[in-house]
Ligand binder design. Structure first.
Ligand SMILES: NC(=O)c1ccc[n+]([C@@H]2O[C@H](COP(=O)([O-])OP(=O)(O)OC[C@H]3O[C@@H](n4cnc5c(N)ncnc54)[C@H](O)[C@@H]3O)[C@@H](O)[C@H]2O)c1
Length: 274
């Protein structure tokens, strides 16, 4: 989709981090922006800070009926939606021995089912008019694995898998709707505060989480790219109809190492830096 001006973008997780940065970038391209988030206060602040045509809608992406209501509200105001960024997400740290079933359910519901709900709520409309693009936010955690992140890894691998599958399906249907999957490495946002939504947040983290979480925080602090840089890559990716949006190219050597483990039937051997 080369021309964005005058079109409409819906962004989940639009109250903070990547989603908010995407809102700024799409608005700067002359798009109307619909920000959706579970955090109403963050939405109000976000809308006040973006120059342009902005609408907010409190939405819990884990509930399909709320995603349908978001689609209905956006269409009522603008008639048409062009870009849908299924971006809301949470990070749940913890080893298999440590995370409860409700912790697992939470991560899968937001990070995987939130994307499924977004695709299901908007895809029929996008396919009908044909001038659409879906951007699903995964992570490099959808291409490589780490201890203490099994639920997040499972959800993000799922987002990449469903996005690739959707890409093939749209080709089979000869649809002009585009799909991209965004897979950054760690960047400083509010992602490390996601535990404020965790159902078992009162339970202490176990040994694996205690080892892994500080390493991830350090990687985010050391990272060169900002949320704005990631959003810029999204705009470029949509314009170029590029499927894989991978802002951190350096990580690809680790992805390659993992693929070689698989091809050569080696046990997982990526250095985790722990
Ligand atoms: N920051 C990183 O290092 C990083 C790296 C790779 C991928 N990601 C992914 O990027 C996406 C955006 O994360 P971010 O880093 O901007 O974090 P963030 O915490 O700054 O923003 C995420 C937003 O999602 C919202 N949210 C959480 N649960 C929700 C729900 N059930 N329904 C609707 N909104 C909900 C939060 O309120 C928050 O505003 C996530 O999918 C995350 O997994 C982040």
């Amino acid at each position: 989709m080369q021309e964005l001006a005058g079109k409409v973008a819906v962004i989940t997780g639009g109250g903070s981090g990547f989603g908010l940065a995407m809102g700024h970038k799409f608005a700067a391209e002359g798009m109307a922006v619909v920000l959706a988030d579970i955090d109403e206060e963050a939405l109000d602040e976000a809308a006040a800070g973006i120059a342009g045509d902005v609408m907010t809608h409190r939405t819990d992406v884990t509930k399909f009926e709320e995603m349908e209501a978001l689609a209905a509200a956006a269409m009522e105001r603008y008639d048409r939606v062009n870009i849908v960024c299924n971006n809301a997400g949470v990070a749940g740290f913890g080893g298999m021995l440590e995370m409860s079933i409700s912790d697992w359910q939470w991560v899968i519901d937001v990070d995987l089912m939130g994307v499924v709900n977004g695709v299901k709520a908007f895809l029929p409309h996008l396919v009908d008019h044909g001038d659409g693009h879906i951007v699903n936010t995964a992570s490099v955690a959808g291409m490589l694995t780490q201890p203490g992140m099994s639920a997040y890894n499972a959800a993000k691998f799922g987002v990449i898998a469903l996005s690739e599958s959707l890409f093939y399906e749209l080709e089979l249907l000869e649809s002009t709707v585009g799909v991209s999957v965004l897979a950054p490495a760690w960047v400083q946002t509010r992602i490390f505060e996601a535990d404020r939504y965790r159902p078992g947040a009162e339970s202490p983290e176990g040994k694996v989480a205690e080892l892994v979480r500080p390493l991830m925080v350090k990687l985010a602090e050391r990272g060169r790219l900002t949320a704005d840089d990631i959003a810029e890559k999204v705009v470029e990716g949509v314009k170029a109809n590029q499927f894989y949006i991978l802002p951190h190219r350096g990580v690809l050597s680790i992805v390659k190492h993992r693929h070689e483990d698989i091809e050569e039937l080696r046990n997982p051997s990526v250095d985790q830096g722990l």
